[in-house]
Design a binder for this molecule. Structure first.
Ligand code: ADP
Ligand code: ADP
Length: 223
């Protein structure tokens, strides 16, 4: 099933910058898609269009009807006055889920990212890697059909990054893999894109566009 389809999509900002041009892209349910390209090629703009946070100035974007979107940015932006569990259950609170279920689901999401036992920790007490884990748990707690990640690990040290890459793959597999959460992961790391994704699209700048596409894991097979 196609979750999001972009047809001839362009984005021109009021400043005159043509951030994207002629983008054809289909995001299929269950895939792990990496968007790879140098800084300034329009990756973040493309992600915002996919999320529905911005509108294209050319072309059309079609979306499957029911879809819950989770977002993870490079800056985890945790609420400093809430503990880790409080941060993770926030989206459920906003959705009006009852308190007991909020706590249970948030605790399960924290355990899934390796943070069992850290529920009562304050954001400032956590390392950068652990804050990122809280941010991922917060995005996954609503069981999104689509998880959008914008260079999430770029600011972390290499070892933490490797661990998070592994754990993210585990989390994706745990969500049901090809039957679970669809991940769109923006990165400028070739290593990260090939390591994580089942499909990589490569972008170039001025104007931002998709110049190549590469399946990493072939259908039904190993890489
Ligand atoms: P990337 O994520 O690949 O670094 P961006 O999507 O952030 O690229 O930016 C693509 C291009 O669009 C860049 O030239 C950037 O300066 C420009 N751009 C991004 N956002 C805006 C905006 N809100 N207004 C004007 N230009 C923008
Ligand atoms: P940084 O981002 O500073 O590199 P990490 O997130 O990798 O830090 O972890 C910092 C310290 O916290 C390490 O000693 C690590 O073993 C410990 N740590 C990280 N995650 C957990 C966890 N889920 N349970 C217990 N200890 C953890």
């Amino acid at each position: 099933m196609t979750l999001v389809a972009l047809e001839g999509v362009g984005k021109r900002f009021a400043s005159g910058t043509q951030a994207l041009a002629g983008v054809e892209l289909r995001i299929e349910a269950g895939e792990f898609l990496a968007i790879l390209g140098p800084s300034g090629c329009g990756k973040s703009t493309l992600l915002r269009l996919i999320a529905g946070l911005a509108a294209p100035t050319e072309g059309v974007i079609r979306r499957a009807a029911s879809r819950q979107v989770g977002f993870v940015f490079q800056d985890p932006t945790l609420l400093p006055w809430a503990d880790a569990l409080g941060n993770v259950r926030l989206p459920l609170r906003l959705a009006g889920v009852d308190r007991a279920e909020q706590e249970a689901r948030a605790a399960a999401a924290m355990a899934a990212v390796g943070l069992a036992g850290f529920e009562r920790a304050w954001p400032r007490e956590l390392s950068g890697g652990m804050r990122m884990r809280v941010s991922i748990a917060r995005a996954m707690v609503t069981r999104p059909s689509l998880l959008l990640m914008d260079e999430p690990f770029a600011a972390l040290d290499e070892l933490t990054r490797h661990r998070l890459n592994d754990d993210l793959l585990g989390l994706w597999a745990g969500s049901g893999g090809a039957d679970g959460t669809t991940v769109v992961f923006v990165t400028h790391s070739v290593f990260e894109s090939v390591y994580l994704a089942s499909r990589v699209i490569l972008m170039a700048a001025r104007p931002g566009r998709v110049v190549a596409e590469m399946p990493v894991v072939l259908p039904g097979g190993v890489p």
